[in-house]
Design a protein around this ligand. Structure first.
Ligand code: HEM
Ligand code: HEM
Length: 185
């Protein structure tokens, strides 16, 4: 018997990282939008330091989460779920991971290509990953923005699907991601 056959809940580390990253990503949408639209002032620069610093923390947490996720078994989906829903869940989760990595990486490229010196939380200098190039910075900013729109759309589907599982299907898919674990299948 596989561990996943008797484990109906996500393991605690996956749950903790899911909700921490979710919280930070919602914060990042607000900070990114505020920083980009604020009038030029010391506050705007501070907003950008927070946005970029938290973004680099998200990058580290998502890498850790992926490693943990691949090293531990995922609980099986409810047996009654049709094949197309299983495929949709797999594809949307994969896309969420790609975009969760793509957002901070494109942010890092904007920062490097625009040549703006930046220290994570005013302390740790972020090394450059590209040469300074104004055009590349503009392209990276466009990709960063587009990935943000894609992420917002994916999250609408993701949260909608979680609520559908809970209130319409009445299965344990949402409950098993919540901090308090359940043993009901
Ligand atoms: C989870 C990670 C991230 C999310 C969800 C996120 C989201 C956003 C959003 C919604 C905006 C406003 C829309 C826009 O103008 O593009 C933005 C702007 C920006 N972000 Fe991020 N971001 C993340 C990580 C980062 C990182 C790590 C950096 C840099 C190290 C960064 C640098 C920037 C910059 C420079 C802008 C302004 C772009 C412009 O002037 O057009 N972001 N981000
Ligand atoms: C109110 C917000 C959210 C709710 C209610 C929610 C709900 C859930 C639930 C119930 C699962 C488990 C699905 C399963 O068992 O197959 C899940 C998985 C997942 N969620 Fe969320 N989520 C939320 C926000 C987010 C955010 C902001 C992100 C990232 C941007 C995210 C990314 C993921 C990913 C990648 C998985 C797949 C887990 C894995 O296979 O490693 N979620 N979510």
């Amino acid at each position: 018997m596989k561990a996943s056959d008797i484990e109906p809940s996500w393991n605690g580390v996956v749950k903790f990282l899911h909700w921490l990253v979710a919280l930070l990503i919602f914060t990042q949408f607000a900070l990114g939008w505020l920083a980009a639209t604020w009038r030029l002032s010391p506050t705007k620069l501070d907003l950008f330091v927070w946005h970029k610093s938290i973004g680099m923390v998200v990058l580290a947490l998502v890498v850790l989460r992926l490693v943990w996720r691949l090293a531990t078994p995922a609980p099986p989906l409810p047996a009654a779920m049709p094949a197309w829903e299983r495929a949709a869940a797999r594809t949307s989760h994969l896309l969420l991971y790609v975009v969760m990595l793509g957002m901070p990486l494109t942010g890092w490229v904007i920062n490097s290509a625009s040549g703006v010196p930046f220290k994570i939380f005013w302390r740790v200098p972020l090394p450059s990953i590209t040469a300074v190039d104004k055009h590349a910075a503009e392209v990276a900013a466009l990709v960063h923005f587009s990935l943000g729109v894609l992420l917002a759309l994916l999250l609408l589907v993701h949260i909608g699907a979680a609520l559908r599982h809970h209130f319409i299907r009445r299965d344990n898919v949402l409950i098993r991601m919540l901090p308090a674990r359940t043993l009901s299948k």
